[in-house]
Design a protein around this ligand. Structure first.
Ligand code: GLY
Length: 422
């Protein structure tokens, strides 16, 4: 098979690494890719939102399956365009991807289908939102309706922070049109866990639950990032709670989306919080979590290409995927200054010293002559798998210590919550 993967981050590098293990693979392309992906796939210089360009490429190169990595093209309707052009594609349609693309839609959908989530109200007018904030007790959460590069969720510890958030999102339009509506939501307390399913719109398979580390600094402190590391499976989610999430979130979402004429194919990512009243949904994403998928894929023994093709063609088997009885930990190496401003173009050294059984997925890198240099905030996702979580942690940090670049920055406590449970 000839496969095109759309995207250029750690998620796409990990996906391509896994897809290459399929016996069916003939050639893999990636648009636009990055400095690490180009050593395992042919990178083509087409941006992820250039839907026409991507369709043209898929047609010209007789692509059998296109896999969409990031949310932006999905919410723009890339899947609908590929389907119209009669090209096989993995991911949800525009209407289905609204589960991630519109927080207001997601909350309304959950309320309608009895999916456990925090109480909320949505607003189109800043004036009404401000009036409402005067009536509620902090803490509460304000979310921009649309995509906001992971920055559209603001936890407000007092009403003043709420007014500031409304000003930023609705009046100053910090996230453009994404802030023309907001959700004001109950603040939920508990540990977070990511539950990812691959679905064909009716059937689904669950991947091992993973835990992300969104805060920039150790001890889960500092500003939120795209994710500083992840591990899987996450023991924070008990068997019982996983079953609860499957029966009360994953199943009813797939059924509910179908009943609303929004057949949901691709990845359904439920961001779950484990509250004292049980698991509740914080958010949905319509694509693989990053960096979670970098820790999940090494554990997956089932052919990922089979699963994605079956999802695209609506013929997924209701069979649990085969999973290694091991643990995997991914540590994100970032640029000093991330998630605020950071410099690029730093030469990365030591990549060849990393043992062969540790996977270095590139996120923000590019090639400069013979060098690999930094080109983004999150630079690398270093992932190790071992018999248990402690061994995986030791292995991953030993590899991370081999890799150097100016102002390299990473958290030293990835998977600390799993360790607490040992
Ligand atoms: N790791 C969080 C996300 O992918 O949205």
């Amino acid at each position: 098979m000839r496969v095109l993967v759309v995207g250029g981050g750690g998620r796409e590098h990990a996906l391509i690494w896994k897809i290459r293990q399929s016996p069916y693979i003939e050639e893999i392309f990636c648009a636009p890719g990055n400095g690490g992906i180009e050593s395992i796939a042919t990178c083509v210089d087409i941006e992820v939102d250039d839907i026409k360009g991507l369709i043209q490429f898929a047609e010209d190169n007789v692509i059998d399956l296109t896999v969409i990595g990031p949310e932006l093209p999905l919410t723009l309707g890339i899947v609908d365009h590929f389907q119209k052009a009669d090209l096989a594609v993995f991911g949800p349609t525009k209407k289905a991807a609204e589960l991630e693309g519109s927080k207001v839609y997601a909350k309304e959908f959950m309320a309608k289908h009895n999916i456990p989530s925090g109480g909320y109200k949505s607003f189109k007018s800043a004036k009404e939102a401000i009036r409402y904030v005067h009536t509620i007790d902090p803490p509460f959460v304000i979310k921009a309706d649309g995509l906001a590069a992971g920055k559209g969720v603001i936890i407000c510890q007092n009403r003043g922070e709420g007014f500031d958030a409304i000003e930023k999102i609705m009046k100053k339009k910090a996230f453009g049109k994404s802030g023309s509506r907001i959700v004001i939501e109950e603040f939920l307390e508990g540990e977070e866990v990511s539950v990812l399913a691959i679905t064909d719109g009716e059937r689904y398979v669950l991947l091992p639950p993973a835990q992300d580390h969104k805060a920039a600094y150790e001890g889960d402190t500092g500003p939120n990032t795209g994710g500083m590391g992840a591990y899987a499976p996450a023991p924070v989610l008990s068997e019982k709670d996983l079953k609860f999430v499957e029966l009360n979130v994953i199943k009813p979402v797939i059924k509910g989306m179908k009943s609303e004429g929004r057949l949901y194919k691709g990845v359904l990512y439920a961001g779950i919080i484990l509250t004292k009243d049980g698991p509740k949904v914080l958010e949905f994403n319509c694509r693989f979590g990053d960096p979670e998928i970098q820790a999940i894929l090494p554990l997956l023994k089932t052919d990922i290409l089979d699963l994605m093709m079956e999802s695209a063609e609506g013929r997924l088997k209701n069979q649990p995927p085969l999973i290694e009885d091991k643990a995997a930990v991914c540590v994100v190496m970032a640029s000093g200054g991330y998630p605020e401003s950071y410099e690029k173009g730093k030469e990365i050294k030591g990549l060849k010293s990393v043992p062969k059984d540790v996977f270095v997925f590139h996120a923000g890198t590019k090639k400069r002559g013979n060098q690999v240099v930094t080109s983004g905030g999150r630079v690398l996702g270093v992932t190790a798998m071992s018999d248990n979580i402690q061994k995986a942690i030791n292995k991953v940090y030993s590899a991370v210590s081999q890799i150097t670049y100016d102002r390299a920055f990473y958290r030293g406590d990835i998977a600390h919550r799993a360790i607490k449970r040992l």
